[in-house]
Write a protein that binds this ligand. Sequence first.
Ligand code: SF4
Ligand code: SF4
Length: 340
Amino acid sequence: MLRKKEIPGFKGGFNLLDTYPLRFFNIIEKVSSDTTPGIFEFPPATQKIEHVVVNLCPTEPWALPNWAIFGHRVNVFFNKLKEIRDRFFPAVQYCIALNNKDIETIAAARNFAGSEERVRVFPLDAKYPQDDSVVLSKVVLGVDINFGQEAMSRGIFIMDAQTVSAIYDSCISGNKVDSRFIAVSGTGLKENELVQVQLGTPVEKVLSDRVIEGGKYRVFLNGPLRGKEITDLSYRVNWTINNIVVLREQDYKVMFPLFKSEELMFTTNVHGEVRRCVYCNFCDNICPVDLEPALYYHSYQRGERHKARLYNLERCIECGLCSFVCPSKLELLKIIRECK
Ligand code: SF4
Ligand code: SF4
């Protein structure tokens, strides 16, 4: 395995899993709507696939945990993976990325790999955004892909646990896959739950009866850091949605945010708390690809957003960590996207 110092550009990110441990209390089956459900499809590869990366290393606490797919049968999962490999990718390199604390799955993955040289197991430090496709491709394969570039265009097929399961069910077992598990969590909800959702169901239906009544809240698909916020809750769930996070809106100011003990607490205080850059360098220190996000902010403030390009803007992987840690609640990622 590559060591951190050997990985150009990866400074280590942030361990969200330890900082914000989340528990999911219920597994709900099944939320559906009266629309025709979407169907999972495994599209034929348009490029030659040379590497398959099985990403079993989620780094966000609100992401769907692997156990929702494995149940207590991790070996069954690897048997499915073996059948997929034999059927669809018999001659390619396999990389399996795992959380280095997940001892049971690492053992099962090593058993799956056996003595085959073309299967490699990577127990990783599960700091966010270790599982981002740009970072992961670099770490496990040493391949540079650019943000926004399809990994497939470099011959790399990345799949998570749920995709493995869906490929097996639809292409090997011959079942129709018209739903997926989604992790639903956040301060705006009564409970954190795993919900099996029929594809095509509006987000509104998924959240109905789950949101705490009587307050404003914000809804994010695929996490508040790198996901997208939606205001139109008629948006329909599709296969790309892994999780929905609902955060209660808080619009009060906090005195001396640099010194408050919960400065990394999740808030949505963008309206109530936004203030000037205080040159703390938190954003520079945490950026996983060695950028200096405050420079983008200052270029933007001066009305010189075109100058952001001078500071390697194109290397930003839009992980959102800089916005997340900024004590002034500056929406750095939003600014970065505008500069791009
Ligand atoms: S979003 Fe911010 S922290 Fe993440 S890569 Fe871009 S500049 Fe760095
Ligand atoms: S984290 Fe925020 S306040 Fe601190 S230097 Fe970066 S932009 Fe400025």
